[in-house]
Design a protein around this ligand. Sequence first.
Ligand SMILES: Cc1ncc(COP(=O)(O)O)c(C=O)c1O
Length: 384
Amino acid sequence: MPDLDGKGFGTRAVHGAGGPDPATGAVVPPISLATTFRQEAVGKHLGYEYARSGNPTRAALEAHLATLEGAAHGFAFASGLAAEDTLVRGLLSPGDHVVLPGDAYGGTFRLFDQVEKRWGVEHSPAELSDADAVAAAIRPGQTKLVWVETPTNPLLGIADIEALANLAHDAGALLVVDNTFASPYLQRPLTLGADVVVHSTTKYAGGHSDVVGGALVVRDLELAEKLAYHQNAMGAVAGPFDSWLVLRGLKTLAIRMDRHCDNAETVVEFLGSHPAVTQVYYPGLPEHPGHDVAARQMKRFGGMVSFRVAGGEPQALGVCERAEVFTLGESLGGVESLIEHPGRMTHASVAGTPLEVPGDLVRLSVGIETVEDLITDLDRALGG
Ligand SMILES: Cc1ncc(COP(=O)(O)O)c(C=O)c1O
């Protein structure tokens, strides 16, 4: 394997998975299916004993994710939510409190609201773009995590990672950043002061809508030891084939993200001048309230775009149903463009809560297709 020190992101993305297999020279890591590993003598082995505790394909993915996030320790899980649950129950105890984003991903909110709360972990939402609101939501001595999504899902809000890290640390809390929307190509929260990065690798990391996975990445050794213990003790690990698929996806992350960003910028320009569109949410727009912060902490502004339509919820649903190149479906971050109605789909679980999203909102995950085809499709779906 080439020395990756000082190499660019694209080089590390391609070569960071450990290099050719030392046994055969195969240029991609093998999918290691063994559940148990021979011990030469009791406790004497090559680093693997039992595949929940450690698996070579998963280990390659974990090392790769850590490299791309600029950290030392990565952990791969069966899903993003499994990673989140391991983080919360691994680090927190009953009575502890978490500050959540005011428009957190619905599944994350549901995890805290319907599951972790029953185990005594409390939470409250705060508008993360407003440092005073976050400071007011922190309960000194009780708040153990400040949870950040930036950009947020689905309203593409931006939080200042460095400022929130300082705020969290002053209160003795850790800053967790869900980096799913940006991916490590566009944003590396640990280098801005965050303590933990969370990923749904189902999205841009995997990149092909064919694997569900999650990850945690940390710099701190003590934190890493706690997470390693709970990853094994709780057992929600990524399987070998799933790990391999995410590894494969990561190799093309840089070029995929650049194309997602190129296409999203063209789509945003089109939507901005369409008479049926009342508002476009994209941090790349100079008028977006978080634009300056996003420009500082992100390389580019990503492939996710949301917009509202003049005809209210019926028109939003109609646009979703009329689109053809954009597939109507949940999830995001794959090579194919997706369209969805957050209020009825991804964010249905927050209906009736403070996190409810507007009914006239449509969310796009802009894929890597020929951009003219995406524009024609949206134009037709919006009614010409
Ligand atoms: C921002 C964000 N975080 C976490 C998750 C949860 O990940 P998973 O679906 O892999 O459990 C999602 C899923 O959509 C997400 O969009």
